[in-house]
Design a protein around this ligand. Structure first.
Ligand SMILES: NC(=O)c1ccc[n+]([C@@H]2O[C@H](COP(=O)([O-])OP(=O)(O)OC[C@H]3O[C@@H](n4cnc5c(N)ncnc54)[C@H](O)[C@@H]3O)[C@@H](O)[C@H]2O)c1
Length: 352
């Protein structure tokens, strides 16, 4: 196969800082074109990465109409993930779409269905799965060292880290706030480590306690307080079909520092997800097994891109099965609904 020709839809921060450098690190790829509703931005990025200006587009449909792309990265705000991904899949182009999968579960399902119809790969950018620690832990869990996993606590708390750039704080563009931005990473990685059980229900509280206030100290920059209409904190409890449960705590801003790490409990072993020790019982005593983490030489975005390109070239399925991330989207939707209604919300997962 000749080089995989790649286009980028939405060339903001994550595209220029992670996706484009990631594709450039993979020999079998040709970065071919870029598209952004902000045409000036598309042109600037084309210049920055030595593409002819004729390969910068304001409308991604015009880029897809070239008919030469094999794959695209979708790096737009969340609410445009679905239309851009579906258009690309329907044009016969493989898609690596940033997290969260979409701005809501209905859109996420449309993306999954489009990938099934087209037979093209849909990979969601849950890059934290590809960290050396997570990969090591996954191998240990899959070997049965934890026995039955029945509970996990996943925590991603910032003292002050409200994104002061882009449009993260706007619901009309992104669908949600801290839960969709950082909660999704920790939820996805934890549920993947648990063996991707099917969720049954969620009960949650989400709120905005900092984003709507003037004068908040925030080293991540200043946002427009009058436009902030998403959550900056979320906590939730999820039940799964296999009897397991999960607790989530996530925040862009909070008055706490150094909140204890995420952990996973199994009948035969347990661990802190950010540590390197497994707690067990053996020979009538308690044992702590230390495992070595061989650091990958590349960042998680580049690894995810390598896996994407390898799957395209070798005709493999998506390295991140869409149904797993779709279920995470359903959990987050149920959390928002539960917060609104004050009640536990049932999750009705079905495959297309
Ligand atoms: N995996 C990660 O760790 C990670 C980190 C940061 C951001 N992200 C995700 O990446 C996506 C983009 O985030 P960002 O920080 O790059 O935002 P950004 O605001 O810097 O960039 C978004 C770009 O998309 C463009 N755009 C908006 N609507 C468009 C459309 N309909 N068609 C084409 N272009 C469009 C904007 O003009 C902008 O240039 C979000 O979904 C975010 O959740 C993921």
């Amino acid at each position: 196969m000749s080089k995989v020709k790649v286009g980028i839809i939405g060339v903001g921060g994550i595209a220029t800082d992670a996706h484009i450098p990631g594709y450039q690190a993979v020999q079998e790829v040709e970065l071919y074109a870029v598209a952004d509703v902000n045409y000036e931005r598309a042109l600037a990025v084309a210049n920055q990465f030595d593409l002819p200006e004729s390969r910068a587009f304001a409308d991604y449909n015009d880029m897809l109409a070239l008919g030469v792309l094999d794959a695209v990265s979708v790096c737009t705000p969340n609410n445009f993930h679905a239309p851009a991904s579906v258009a690309a899949l329907e044009a016969g182009v493989h898609v690596l779409c940033e997290k969260p999968m979409a701005g809501n579960g209905k859109d996420a399902r449309a993306m999954w269905e489009a990938s099934i119809r087209s037979g093209k790969i849909l990979q969601i950018g849950v890059n934290s799965r590809f960290g050396a620690r997570a990969q090591t832990l996954k191998r240990i869990i899959e070997a049965g060292e934890f026995g039955e996993i029945y509970f996990a606590r996943c925590v991603a708390m910032r003292r002050r880290g409200i994104p002061g750039w882009g449009s993260f704080i706007r619901k009309d563009l992104n669908g949600g706030g801290a839960l969709y931005d950082i909660g999704v990473h920790i939820l996805d990685r934890t549920i993947w480590l648990m063996g991707a059980p099917v969720p049954l229900s969620a009960s949650a509280m989400t709120c905005a306690k900092f984003g709507t206030r003037e004068g908040i100290v925030n080293p991540w920059g200043q946002w427009d307080v009058s436009k902030f209409d998403v959550d900056d904190f979320a906590t939730g409890f999820v039940r799964f079909e296999n009897g397991a449960a999960l607790l989530l705590e996530t925040a862009w801003a909070s008055n706490i520092e150094g909140v204890g790490p995420s952990y996973i409990l199994g009948t035969e072993g347990g661990c802190h997800v950010d540590g390197n020790v497994i707690y067990k019982q053996r020979h009538d005593t308690l044992v702590n097994e230390t495992y070595e983490i061989r650091d990958a030489r590349e960042g998680t975005h580049t690894i995810e891109i390598r896996k994407f390109i390898e799957a395209i070239r070798e005709g493999k399925p998506s390295p991140v099965p869409p149904e797993e991330v779709y279920r995470v989207q359903l959990i987050m939707d149920a959390m928002y609904k539960s917060s609104e209604t004050g009640e536990e919300v049932k999750i009705h997962y079905t495959a297309p």
